[in-house]
Write a protein that binds this ligand. Structure first.
Ligand code: SF4
Length: 187
């Protein structure tokens, strides 16, 4: 990788063990995708070659919660689905994080009905809210990076203990056009 040309390979470096461990944790988040609707398509795009989540070490999607430490909720959660998602979260390994991706996951979106939970933070400790309907892959990546920044700064996690949810809201990356947009008919 060229690093051997820049550094004396027979030498040694000194650092804090905490920094090394957090460096490894930061760059090896394993997401648990929980996609129930259209936001899931953007989640898939984020992992594909154009946006390449692998650049951030977070492309190893697992469908077994015991192997995951980053839950990405993408789409609306119905009352019926809620206990399933709760169980998945409980089975994930500590320390773990939660990203709420899109308007539906964060607030229920336009689905203000009796069957839809009005935000997964009503039953999960959400760390990062990614806005949009759907959010672009860059915004989801920004959400992952927000968690990475936190891991880099924090000390060692308490054994088996969950800290408070971070509650970070990612800013939109664009300004919406004024509505309604002018309509042109014909040529
Ligand atoms: S926020 Fe929009 S794109 Fe995402 S699941 Fe809801 S309706 Fe679909």
């Amino acid at each position: 990788m060229g690093i051997e040309a820049a550094l004396p390979v027979d030498g040694f470096v000194t650092t804090q063990l905490r920094r090394v461990i957090n460096f490894a944790r930061r760059n090896s988040l394993w997401p648990m995708p929980f996609a129930t609707a259209c936001c899931g398509i953007e989640l898939m795009a984020t992992a594909c070659s154009r946006f390449d989540l692998a650049r951030f070490g977070a492309e190893v999607m697992r469908f077994s919660p015991r192997q995951c430490d980053l839950l990405i909720v993408a789409g609306r959660i119905s009352i019926k689905t809620m206990p399933v998602l709760q169980r998945i979260y409980q089975q994930m390994t500590e320390p773990k994080w939660v990203i709420s991706m899109g308007a539906c996951a964060s607030t229920g979106g336009v689905f203000d009905t009796y069957a839809v939970v009005q935000g997964c933070d009503q039953f999960l400790p959400v760390d990062v809210y990614v806005p949009g309907c759907p959010p672009r892959p860059e915004q989801l990546i920004e959400g992952v990076m927000a968690i990475q920044r936190h891991i880099e700064r924090e000390g060692m996690p308490p054994p088996g203990g969950k800290r408070m949810p971070l509650g970070i809201a990612i800013q939109p990356t664009h300004a919406p056009r004024p509505q309604p947009v002018g309509l042109t008919l014909g040529s």
